[in-house]
Design a protein around this ligand. Structure first.
Ligand SMILES: *Cc1c(COP(=O)(O)O)cnc(C)c1O
Length: 401
């Protein structure tokens, strides 16, 4: 073996998971254990002081007056939609290129998800498509801040105001992101966060939060979170059990103090990828289209320059994506497809009447995008191994897929 091929073999043996929560836990174990102990000793497990403290802290972090801890990001969306009065027959406009829960929450209330295609550069809802789908039944818009970068909120809010629609931000992937200085969750009427373990602020189980600046809406969410009763056992409205556990809140309070540091590490990793991909000659200019003429290379995620991207995901776009994913798996590089089937083509939404071709940008994104490891503890050597494996795929004739 030559020195060089030895070096290559060494790099190749590096295993790079998509996410490594154990690495993060190792850095905060003592503090987290103390927080859990505190709750266990108090035997106060549902809502209570830890949840209230987290609500204040996340609200402040998100430039909001109010925070209401809930059971998941999905329930944050659901309870928000109930709070604004969404009922059967109403229409709620959103993107088809998102996690299922965004549209699932709408459908669960008997309302109709109405999709608008995404922007090819940011993968976020394209505001230019909004007006064409507004009807007398339209009640709300749910923009999703996909991968950690906020949607074009000025344009979305402008249309919403003109047609008197509510805006609920799905900020599940975007806690701490901002747009023109305004934090995710603070721009629309309500903002929804998820504390699913893989989110930037992840708990040790399910959890979520709704944030708001409007006191009446916040109060309504709070009422609905706990069966709609006030006082206890006197039910004003029909709510549900959308409560957050104290143990999750105590853990999340520890993690919140590290969030900015972790976000900066993600941003550093994103910059490192850009540098390594550029150096390897693998960067394809996105222009205004995700369709690729060249075979060899990938499109980098676009930063709009309008605010802070928190990189919940670092998503590239390239030809022969599925074969690339398989190749990376063989090289022990973890990747994921977010998301392989746009929501308008999901079986459960067949009755909405959408067809293949209705949202071409979302459909292309679903075929061509791939999320790479970007978690804060990733090392530059690991990132080099990822880029090297991708170079190997596009250059050295990995089998055509
Ligand atoms: C994770 C996620 C949700 C759902 O959050 P859960 O806590 O898993 O219920 C909703 N929307 C988006 C965009 C997400 O990424």
């Amino acid at each position: 073996m030559t020195v060089n091929s030895q070096a290559v073999a060494k790099i190749r043996s590096v295993s790079v998971p998509l996410l490594d929560l154990k690495a993060q836990y190792a850095t905060i174990r003592t503090e987290v254990q103390a927080a859990i102990d505190r709750v266990v000793e108090s035997q106060y497990f549902i809502l209570g002081p830890e949840v209230e403290a987290l609500e204040r802290e996340v609200a402040a972090y998100s430039q909001c007056q109010y925070g209401i801890g809930v059971s998941s990001g999905t329930d944050a969306l659901l309870v928000s939609l109930i709070a604004i009065g969404i009922k059967p027959g109403d229409e709620v406009i959103t993107t088809p290129y998102t996690f299922f829960a965004t549209a699932g929450a709408i459908a669960r209330l008997g309302a109709k998800p109405v999709f608008v295609d995404i922007d090819p550069c940011t993968y976020n809802l394209n505001p230019a498509g909004l007006e064409a789908v507004i009807t007398e039944r339209s009640r709300a818009i749910i923009p999703v801040h996909l991968y950690g970068q906020m949607a074009d909120m000025d344009q979305i809010m402008e249309v919403a105001q003109r047609y008197n629609l509510y805006v609920i931000e799905d900020a599940a992937q975007a806690i701490g992101a901002d747009y023109k200085g305004r934090r995710a969750g603070s721009v629309g009427h309500l903002g929804c966060f998820s504390f699913f373990p893989s989110k930037n602020l992840g708990g040790f189980g399910d959890g979520g939060m709704v944030v708001a600046n409007d006191p009446e809406l916040a109060d309504r969410v709070k009422l609905l979170r706990n069966h709609g009763y006030r006082p206890k056992y006197y039910n004003k409205v029909v709510g549900g059990n959308f409560r957050l556990d104290a143990i999750q809140a105590a853990i999340l309070r520890v993690k919140l103090t590290y969030l900015d540091q972790w976000t900066m590490a993600r941003q550093r990793n994103a910059a490192t990828y850009r540098r390594l991909f550029t150096k390897a000659g693998l960067v394809i200019d996105a222009k205004n289209d995700v369709s690729l003429d060249q075979e060899q290379g990938v499109i980098m995620p676009l930063e709009t320059g309008l605010g802070r991207h928190i990189y919940n995901q670092f998503v590239i776009c390239g030809k022969r994506r599925d074969a690339l994913k398989d190749h990376l798996k063989q090289q022990n590089v973890g990747t994921e497809i977010y998301y392989p089937v746009p929501l308008h083509l999901q079986e459960c939404f067949a009755d909405l009447g959408y067809r293949r071709g209705d949202f071409p940008v979302s459909e292309r994104a679903a075929w061509q995008t791939l999320a790479l490891p970007i978690y804060p503890e990733l090392t530059e050597a690991m990132q080099a191994a990822v880029v090297d494996a991708i170079a190997d795929f596009y250059r050295h004739g990995a089998i055509a897929g």
